[in-house]
Write a protein that binds this ligand. Structure first.
Ligand SMILES: *Cc1c(COP(=O)(O)O)cnc(C)c1O
Length: 387
């Protein structure tokens, strides 16, 4: 593809810092870049503590464990998401409760969360239980899909009322804000991913942030094999080797240095798409809610088949013929084999968004001309099918 969807942009001190690792022999799981990276991520979002992890999925797994999720608990999570948070809930031997999106911003529908907790659950003996399954409901995992924040205040209020933990899947949303507050710091713990397709990357990597010292310490402990004695190999819990290496943290430090300019670039890409595609019949643009400041991670449009004259998949194929990479959104969790039949609150929104959505090129390193060409290709496509 001449114009890829979203690829890494390694334009800063990446090589210099990686060289430093090799020169100093700090290439493995401890080293100054790990500490620096953890500090930088935490400071950037205004959290007290940051713990690096080998990837975002591992960050979510450990965050759920330190939040006290127990086997057979239920955890509310977005139905329209990349599969990782739903899998992480299963790694903890808990069950996802799939919550539909609101139709406008692709995000977990806060009204459905509140309705499920108020009406499908019962508060007994200081615990919330699902009336149908009888299982304890212990946490909510809002996923800030596509980088845009979930309308989280009503969710936080319900979580307080029922003493639930909130673990944010902020893997796509580093740098985004909800009513001025950075995503990742809105709940008890927040998780980031630095996979290759995210706004910044360490190749593969993740982090957990929190303001709670005990949770931070427990997270570090579990991600580093639960070592209770540095010499005698004493482990009092089942730990994980979820460490990020110094080599990858070096990449992360260099990427963090550039994050503000990357977000600026993503915003500019959204502006270009908006200026050319605004008003094209059959295309609904990505929007920023009045209460949100998004990092515009993955620019995603919706195609109305009837008005546009083609469906989203046909548009994907037509763009591919022009060397432009695009991709549908994730298949909703309730349509996947491992999550068929888990509890849910659904109204068909995620399925519609899944059918209609197409993420289009938005790499930080793309030029204005690339983006303009993609937008113009979409305009021409519509003309060609409607003449
Ligand atoms: C990328 C991503 C993750 C974590 O991904 P890793 O590849 O494990 O770093 C988790 N949740 C969502 C919604 C994601 O997009």
């Amino acid at each position: 593809m001449q114009i890829p969807l979203s690829i890494p942009h390694l334009a800063g001190n990446e090589l210099k810092y990686v060289e430093e690792c090799i020169r100093t022999n700090f290439v493995s799981s401890v080293g100054p870049f790990v500490d620096r990276f953890e500090r930088m991520v935490a400071d950037f979002v205004g959290a007290r503590y940051g713990v690096a992890a080998v990837n975002g999925t591992a960050a979510l797994h450990v965050a759920l464990l330190v939040a006290g999720i127990r086997p057979d608990d239920e955890v509310l999570v977005s139905d329209l998401t990349f599969v990782a948070p739903a899998n992480a809930i299963r790694y903890a031997n808990a069950w996802p409760v799939l919550i539909d999106s609101e139709p406008r911003y692709f995000e977990m529908d806060a009204n459905r969360v509140v309705d499920f907790l108020d009406n499908a659950c019962r508060w007994t003996n200081g615990e919330l239980r699902n009336k149908t399954t009888g299982r304890r409901v212990s946490a909510i995992v809002p996923v800030h899909v596509l980088g845009h924040p979930v309308d989280i205040d009503p969710i936080l209020e319900a979580a307080r009322k029922y003493e639930l933990r909130v673990i944010e899947d902020a893997t796509e949303s580093i740098g985004s804000r909800y009513r001025g507050r950075p995503t990742g710091t809105l709940g008890d713990l927040g998780c980031f991913s630095f996979n290759g397709n995210k706004i910044i990357t360490t190749g593969g990597g993740g982090a957990v942030v929190t303001n709670d010292e005990a949770l931070a310490r427990h997270t570090k402990y579990l991600t580093t094999q639960a070592k209770d004695d540095p010499v005698e190999y004493i482990h009092n819990e089942i730990g994980y080797n979820y460490r990020l290496t110094n080599l990858l943290a070096a990449l992360g430090v260099a990427q963090m240095e550039q994050l503000p300019s990357f977000i600026e670039r993503k915003r500019r890409i959204a502006q270009i798409y908006g200026s050319i595609l605004g008003g094209v019949p059959g295309i609904t643009l990505m929007e920023e809610a009045p209460w949100a400041s998004t990092n515009w991670w993955l620019y995603t449009i919706r195609i109305d088949e009837e008005q546009f004259g083609m469906d989203s998949r046909a548009v994907m194929r037509a763009l591919a013929e022009r060397g432009m990479q695009s991709r549908p959104l994730w298949r909703p969790m309730h349509m996947l084999v491992p999550f068929a039949g888990v509890p849910s609150s659904l109204g068909g929104v995620s399925e519609r968004l899944y059918r209609e959505s197409l993420s289009i090129p938005c790499s930080v390193g793309s030029t204005d001309e690339d983006i303009t060409n993609v937008a113009n290709a979409l305009v021409h496509l519509r003309r060609s099918v409607t003449v």
